[in-house]
Write a new protein. Structure first.
Lengths: 369, 288, 266
């Protein structure tokens, strides 16, 4: 178990990177706490597997350093780093039994026989594989094989971190939930530092204490699931997390008022966006509501309403912009005259995709001009 | 694995193949069986002889000699070619521009007509002007494959290794390249030694193709004819006369039809038996 | 470790290339030089041997005869094997496994066993000394091989492809040619390559099923080989020329060659 420090880390697969675009992983500075559960979330090709492979030592970064508990291990091999990794497709040794698979990393490290037996038996119990200990690993189901891959990491009590590379890709949907629960339970029990790569927001949000969202080789936000939902730092985070994603509307900003498609929306703070930046207003479908009778609001037309279980999602049009609005259970929609109200506190202003902060002291405190 | 449906009409799709192979296999085989139980004194006049030829073949030292040499040859080349082929496949680069170059160069001997292989080695091993023969003599070895049985054997074996090891390399390489990178990465992380990687990852993945390699090499070496015939003509003496060479000698050289036919049948039954054993083992491997 | 690996591959390839180099070396030498003794490379470089081959009709017609039966055999083997391989990869029918084994066993049958009866059979069919006789005789081992390789490649195509096509109203021949064959194009290429290869390298049957009119290059060469050594240069040149078709076809299938050697089963 270790604290992992990424010190101005960057990687390019090209030998002589010229511009930012050549970097599969753009410069990154961060400290992962000992014993934390982290998720690396992002679409395919965003650089999350690159980052994972740099941590595990399968790749050497083109720039920067990586430290475990303060020791620079950038140049170390995977086996010297003492980490465990679970891959997308289960890796098992076909010709060995389940128990032999679990013993393998310990035997290779010369752990004594009694200790091996103790740990393997314990791991078989933990993974609910005790009944299959002497069965050939080849004939098992995908989720059992994946549990063995995980078990081979967990039997080594002293691993610095356990890395997961989209480990549930080939698992049946009903088993995914079980395995995820198991992982969480194992994390609580062994307190390993765990890093989990995925493109599935549900997996990331349920597994991790902190989620690292990546987009085009860049870490766009690191935060708890709540922070990512409440206050996305980047339009991509807003759009990628949440279902449906955040509404992103082109706008103009003047102090605390925003103009969207000719309508003015008052925010609860003042903004001073950088000159010439592309400005957008981001607001989650949860934080827009239909106006009550006689309440004022921005007129919209409803394009469609979809029932998705607990609530409904209304797709509405505001001149040439389209937005999603979540309509809570039990709320009736008027037949005509639809107007919407934005929750001023939950709106964010984005300049060139990055969230900007309100001017100092402006929040909740009105200046008089 | 594809689940197959029962459909007897599929026979119609197989008929053309059945016809052409039957034409080539069954009719000649019947002819051979026919010869093997008859004798003739003048063309067109035959006598039924029962198992006479078979008894004669089975008790003849000549057949025993050829059979013994055949097994020895097949055994030696398998012992060299399979491990060497696997070693070269393991040493090959897995990616990059050199892979194609290596594969093409290695496959080259497989595409040379077999008599050209014999002729090429003939020239290569000549003691006076061949690189191998001249080189060995220059190094102080008394080497002349046309006169020394041991030299002839060594040359025939070296030629077969030259000719066919690449088949094993290509098969083993195909097996190796089907192993995903994650296996090697996991093994690294598990702290596995190079030998453990070979024993628990590479060998199991190569098992199927190695069985095919063993099967093909066994069969092809068992019916080897052209290359040793062109190189040594079966000599010196009978020292490199293998089954096929002996058979052709009896059938065409001596026109000893009955003996040749009985030999053919025995020879064919032996290959068939080994072939069946391999096939059974391989199919079991595929089902599990 | 890496160095040892590169060295092993290098030595192995060197070992493969040396006899080939020696063949080329001889083919560019004059007869006098060959008989004169050992030399690493031609002292008096000459193309005389090649000139003889390209101007003497017994020589060059040998190549033409060989290529014609090889191509015929490739076409026959692949086109007959395609439907059969499909049947084996998709259906179960009475005796299928036994039939498959019997086919394979013919791949393993020693050609020496069949030499004499083949001569009789093809003489009776009045095909003796024609390229067609050799092409048909080579089907003995090439058709089973083609069925085996194609079956391996076809089993890799999901059944759903067939079913979707039938639902879309394709007839079997239409589906097979328009949809299925493009899907296993690589497999067909590899199969054709192997048929070409095994027909091209075989000598025993090709030599004995022909006498004058259809004499293949391999038989022309054995005549030269058995005569006196002074034709060694000519023999070397003829041998060197037989490498060319192999090099050409191998270049086309280099990406699939390993899988093809594994009979589509990796």
């Amino acid at each position: 178990m270790a604290q992992i420090t990424l010190d101005r880390l960057a990687h390019s697969y090209e030998s002589n990177p010229q511009s930012d675009a050549d970097f599969a992983l753009k410069e990154l500075d961060y400290v992962w706490d000992d014993g934390g559960a982290y998720a690396l979330l992002g679409p395919s090709g965003c650089g999350k597997t690159t980052l994972l492979n740099i941590i595990s030592g399968l790749l050497t970064p083109s720039r920067g350093h990586i430290r475990f508990d303060g020791n620079d291990i950038t140049a170390r091999t995977p086996e010297e780093r003492n980490i465990a990794q679970v891959f997308q497709f289960p890796v098992i040794y076909d010709t060995m039994t389940v128990a032999q698979n679990l013993e393998f990393p310990l035997v290779n490290r010369g752990v004594d026989v009694g200790e091996i037996k103790k740990r393997v038996d314990e791991m078989l119990e933990t993974l609910d594989l005790a009944g299959k200990a002497n069965q050939r690993a080849q004939g098992l189901t995908a989720d059992e094989k994946q549990k063995i891959s995980l078990g081979r990491g967990l039997v080594r009590y002293d691993v610095n971190a356990i890395l997961f590379d989209e480990p549930l890709t080939v698992i049946d949907p009903h088993m995914k939930w079980q395995l995820r629960t198991k992982l969480k339970e194992l994390h609580d029990r062994f307190e390993h530092t765990m890093i989990y790569v995925t493109h599935d927001q549900t997996e990331a949000l349920t597994f991790a204490d902190k989620v690292v969202v990546m987009y085009e080789g860049e870490v766009v936000q690191i935060g708890t699931p709540e922070e990512l939902f409440e206050r996305p730092d980047h339009t991509f985070v807003g759009y990628f997390i949440g279902s449906p994603g955040m509404n992103i509307l082109p706008c103009d900003v003047a102090g605390d008022s925003v103009r969207v498609a000719g309508h003015t929306i008052k925010l609860d703070a003042e903004y001073l966006p950088p000159r010439g930046a592309r400005l957008e207003l981001g607001v989650r479908p949860e934080f827009i509501r239909f106006a009550e009778n006689h309440e004022s609001g921005i007129p919209v037309s409803i394009e469609s309403v979809n029932n998705v279980g607990r609530h409904r999602i209304a797709k509405v049009r505001l001149s040439d912009l389209s937005m999603n609005i979540i309509v809570p259970e039990g709320q009736a929609l008027a037949a005509t005259d639809h107007r919407v109200v934005f929750d001023a506190q939950r709106c964010g202003v984005y300049a060139d995709d990055h969230r900007i902060n309100p001017t100092e002291d402006s929040r909740g405190f009105r200046h008089d001009y | 694995m594809i689940t197959k449906t029962v459909n007897q009409k599929a026979w119609f799709l197989v008929l053309p193949v059945l016809f052409i192979v039957a034409l080539n296999a069954i009719i000649p085989l019947m002819t051979v069986v026919n010869y093997s139980v008859q004798d003739t004194f003048s063309p067109g006049v035959f006598f039924f002889e029962g198992t006479k030829w078979y008894r004669e073949v089975l008790s003849s030292p000549r057949f025993h000699g050829a059979l013994g040499r055949q097994f020895m040859f097949t055994g030696i080349i398998l012992l060299i070619e399979i491990p060497l082929g696997v070693a070269v496949a393991l040493a090959m680069p897995r990616k990059g521009p050199w892979v194609s170059v290596c594969l093409v160069l290695m496959a080259l001997p497989l595409l040379i007509p077999w008599n050209v292989v014999g002729a090429m080695w003939n020239i290569f091993a000549l003691p006076d002007i061949g690189l191998l023969g001249y080189g060995l003599n220059w190094l102080g070895f008394d080497y002349n494959y046309t006169q020394q049985p041991f030299a002839a054997w060594a040359t025939v074996i070296l030629m077969d290794v030259w000719h066919w090891t690449s088949l094993v390399v290509l098969l083993a390489y195909a097996g190796l390249s089907s192993i995903p990178d994650a296996y090697y990465q996991a093994a690294k992380i598990d702290g596995a030694s190079a030998f453990a990687v070979f024993r628990y990852i590479q060998l199991p993945k190569m098992k199927r193709v190695l069985i095919i390699a063993l099967l093909l090499r066994f069969m092809d070496s068992f019916m080897v004819y052209t290359e040793p015939f062109v190189l040594t003509g079966g000599g010196p003496g009978n020292s490199t006369t293998f089954l096929s060479i002996d058979l052709v000698k009896a059938a065409i050289g001596e026109f000893n039809l009955g003996i040749a036919a009985a030999m053919s049948i025995l020879y064919f039954l032996m290959t068939l038996l080994v072939c069946w054993v391999f096939y059974t083992v391989m199919m079991r491997g595929e089902e599990s | 470790m890496r160095g040892v690996k590169i060295l092993l591959v290098f030595i192995y390839i060197l070992f493969l290339m040396l006899p080939i180099y020696w063949l080329l070396n001889m083919s560019f030498k004059t007869t006098n030089e060959i008989l004169g003794g050992f030399s690493w490379y031609p002292q008096e470089f000459t193309l005389a041997s090649y000139k003889t081959i390209f101007t003497d009709s017994t020589w060059y017609s040998g190549y033409i005869n060989s290529l014609s039966y090889v191509l015929m055999n490739t076409v026959i083997s692949v086109s007959l094997a395609l439907p059969a391989a499909y049947a084996f990869s998709r259906y179960r029918f009475l005796g299928d496994k036994h039939l498959f084994f019997w086919l394979l066993s013919n791949r393993m049958a020693p050609p020496a066993v069949f030499v004499l009866p083949f001569v009789e059979l093809y003489s009776a069919m009045q095909l003796f000394d024609t390229p067609l006789a050799v092409a048909l005789a080579h089907c003995l081992f090439n058709v089973p091989l083609a069925v085996w390789i194609l079956e391996g490649f076809m089993s890799g195509v999901p059944r759903e492809v067939d079913e979707t096509a039938y639902i879309d109203g394709y007839s079997f021949p239409h589906f097979f040619v328009k949809i299925f064959m493009p899907l296993i194009a690589a497999g067909i290429g590899v199969t054709a390559f192997f048929c070409f290869m095994f027909s091209w390298v075989e000598m025993l049957l090709a030599k004995n099923l022909t006498s004058v009119a259809a004499k293949p290059i391999v038989a022309v060469m054995t005549r030269t080989a058995s005569t006196a050594g002074y034709e060694l240069g000519l023999l070397a040149a003829a041998g060197a020329l037989t490498l060319i078709p192999g090099v050409i076809v191998i270049w086309f299938v280099r990406k699939h060659i390993a899988k093809g050697f594994a009979l589509g089963r990796v």
